[in-house]
Design a protein around this ligand. Sequence first.
Ligand code: NAD
Length: 359
Amino acid sequence: MTAYNVTLIPGDGVGPEVTQATRRVLEAVGPSFNWEVVDIGGKALERYGTPLPDEVLKSIQKNKVALKGPVTTPVGSGFRSVNVALRQNLGLYACLRPCKTYPGVPSPYKDIDLVIIRENLEDLYCGIEFKVEADDTSRLIQLVKDTKGEKIRDDSAISLKVISRERSAKIARFAFEYALRNQRKKVTAVHKANILKFSDGLFLDTARKIAKDYPEIEFEDRIVDNLAMQLVKKPEEYDVLVAPNLYGDILSDLGAGLVGGLGVTPGANLSDEIAIFEPVHGSAPKYARQNKANPIAMILSGTMMLHHLGEKEDASRLEKAVAGVISEGKTLTYDMKPGAPSSQIATTSEVADAIIEKL
Ligand code: NAD
């Protein structure tokens, strides 16, 4: 039997706990793994003087597949997001976030089966920012005045929203190919092209052109604020959503809320060669080292990884085991049992044990 070489990034906060639970579950499913364990973020900064050591990038480039726990990004100051840097450095242009309701999750909705595909490399996340009252900011303000005749206040900070034709085409094509491969019927492009006529306008225009290559898949578009409302009112009308980076980020948390919360929503960051699987949720620092966080989002990210590796039967066996534990409702973490007494709340490792037992 082949063993898969996988880079394993435990992350920080609740990351190491949910990663350990996921590793145990994946090892119980069937395939063998050679885990190459590496650190990024604050832990790597302490040890190697950089939050994203070269060895980590090399390991992922070599193995082509990684499983990653969440990593904290300091707010306002400190190092920039290592999550964004990883995606940028490895060209992981697509972020795939399925939002599916499993019977038994704490949600007023049933039968949601949405996929959010987020462009991962540009938009406001390309990290080109101009600090308030810095020299380069004043020069940019002057340039805007000279070229556009628009006055930007001198006490402004500026972040660039960059949308390119090529990356818009790439993510739109990814969405349609995903829809085809996964028997999906409709792709909805998300934008704010009524206001951002050039940037989001280009995204929408490009998506419309790519849609013509896929006549078998229905195509429509929605303005992001309207879509946010519609997802709450009638989520069953949506199938595959494709969005620029920021809207995709926000909508995936909205999607998580529809299907039971961040504790159950998995994700993947993909290029044509490399895949990093990670939950949508962050490092939830206030729950760190308490064996309290829900490992299901990361375990479901593991099922996505099994699919990607071609282990389809094991992936669906694992998904069924997770669904079984959720529907039984006995061994679930605090977020899945609102209002339950603490004696009925399971720990992270107990949830993993219950899934292993089901397997
Ligand atoms: P978060 O997702 O960490 O937590 C928000 C809330 O969701 C938590 O307080 C908790 O109530 C709940 N939650 C999240 N994960 C859970 C789990 N597994 N089980 C149960 N409840 C869970 O979001 P945040 O507080 O905005 O971010 C915390 C840190 O994580 C920040 O530094 C942020 O930058 C980082 N972050 C990292 C990633 C990543 O590594 N991909 C993604 C998002 C946020």
